[in-house]
Write a protein that binds this ligand. Structure first.
Ligand SMILES: [Mg+2]
Length: 116
């Protein structure tokens, strides 16, 4: 499967790419929300791993602006006072939330996608 990994932290992207590619998946990276939206528009992905706090556009804005119906996995640690959490939770494309650090992310993503 082909994934887009959108996170502004290089080390997080690289560790996710390594984990997913080791299982035979393809990965592309975006280091901010604007780059993520551009890649989403121009490519086809099976799913998107989306950070919330990113420069240019944050994950919430990416969700608002992306028109495609692609499964999204939020990769972030939410705080209780995040005002966008309600919107993110109500978006049917959001399949799961995976908190950093990611110990079982590959298993979660493969399990959810296997059921779609
Ligand atoms: Mg971030």
């Amino acid at each position: 499967m082909k994934f887009l990994i959108a996170d502004d932290e290089l080390l997080i992207r690289k560790s996710l790419v390594r984990a997913f590619e080791s299982k035979g998946h393809q990965c592309e990276e975006a280091q901010n929300g604007l780059e993520a939206l551009k890649k989403i528009n121009e490519n086809t992905y099976h799913a998107i791993l989306l950070d919330v706090i990113m420069p240019e556009k944050n994950g919430y804005e990416v969700l608002l602006e992306m028109k495609k119906n692609i499964p999204v996995f939020i990769i972030s640690a939410f705080t209780g006072d995040d005002t966008n959490i309600g919107y993110i939770q109500s978006d049917p494309r959001v399949k799961d939330y995976i908190s950093k650090p990611f110990n079982h992310i590959l298993e979660v993503v493969e399990q959810v996608l296997g059921k779609l």
